[in-house]
Design a protein around this ligand. Structure first.
Ligand SMILES: C[S@@+](CC[C@H](N)C(=O)[O-])C[C@H]1O[C@@H](n2cnc3c(N)ncnc32)[C@H](O)[C@@H]1O
Length: 277
């Protein structure tokens, strides 16, 4: 029986203001790496949620394992992958950052890998070319340990795409909203929050995130601020596709401009592309 229920209209990573700049950089790196390897990539999306990134990657021909602790998110992901016709290239596994090697071993059917310490990560690493960790590092208990787990499942030369919240943007946003106490509290807060009522679990400084990536044995290839203006511009100014495209082009011009690249440090998030080794 044909299923003629209306499909939800979802934003695509390539056009959504929050993700377009990251998608542009990531998809270029993915295409280049896949061309070098001569095959589609094997991707792990840690904290991949409902599939906003993994489904477009699968649509581009890559095989993705999504590891996420939320059963609801994984159920939505499976539905989305099915609707987009890529269910055969998306595997959803319930797990978290601490159990990443084990979750991956289970997903890829690595038998007996638990026998020796370190063997799980080693065996899993043979199955991975790219780990994506977008919007997830701020949620984990120990970001350093999460990056160590990622490095464990990533072979030498493998890529990490990391997107996480930056603290300076929150200071600016709170000040522009007239919330000067919150802006001031953010300046000295070690976890980048203004207080216990801050909905964000954590925000990072650029130098701290780069240091954490390096401590895990990964070499940053590029570090760009994203959502520099888009989170600040009132939505009333963004009611057409043309306006959104112009704003994205402006953000792109800012991060690649010799004098203005520094404004990237005011992005609500930072995108780090790194290579293992
Ligand atoms: C803000 S969502 C980001 C979803 C998706 N990556 C994106 O960019 O749209 C954060 C995701 O991290 C997941 N998460 C929370 N704690 C986690 C952990 N310790 N390990 C892995 N994923 C976790 C949540 O279930 C949720 O799906």
């Amino acid at each position: 029986v044909p299923d003629d229920r209306p499909r939800p209209r979802r934003a695509h990573a390539a056009t959504d203001l929050r993700t377009a700049a990251v998608w542009a950089e990531l998809s270029a790196a993915v295409e280049e790496y896949a061309a070098r390897l001569g095959r589609p990539l094997r991707v792990v999306d840690l904290g991949g949620g409902t599939g906003g990134l993994s489904v477009p990657l699968a649509e581009a021909g890559h095989a993705v394992v999504v590891v996420d602790p939320s059963p609801d998110a994984l159920a939505s992901l499976r539905r989305r992958a099915d609707e987009c016709g890529v269910a055969d290239r998306v595997v959803a596994v319930q797990g978290d950052s601490d159990s990443l090697p084990q979750a991956l071993a289970a997903a890829t059917g690595i038998a007996g890998a638990a026998a020796a310490p370190g063997a799980v990560g080693e065996a899993a690493a043979a199955q991975v070319d790219l780990v994506c960790c977008h919007g997830t590092l701020e949620h984990v208990d120990d970001p350093g340990q999460t990056l160590a787990r990622i490095a464990e499942v990533l072979p030498e030369g493998g890529l990490l795409s990391l997107v996480t919240a930056q603290r300076p943007a929150a200071v600016l946003a709170r000040a522009l909203a007239g919330q000067f106490d919150r802006a001031a509290a953010l300046l000295d807060s070690p976890d980048g929050r203004w207080g216990s009522d801050d909905p964000a679990p954590r925000r990072f400084d650029r130098s701290a995130i780069v240091a954490l990536v390096e401590q895990a044995g990964l070499t940053p290839l590029s570090v760009h601020g994203v959502r520099i203006l888009s989170d600040l511009v009132p939505s009333a100014h963004l009611d057409s596709e043309t306006d959104r495209a112009r704003l994205l082009a402006l953000e792109q011009a800012i991060v690649t401009h010799r004098e203005f690249a520094v404004l990237g440090e005011l992005g609500a998030a930072v995108h780090v592309l790194a290579r293992h080794g």
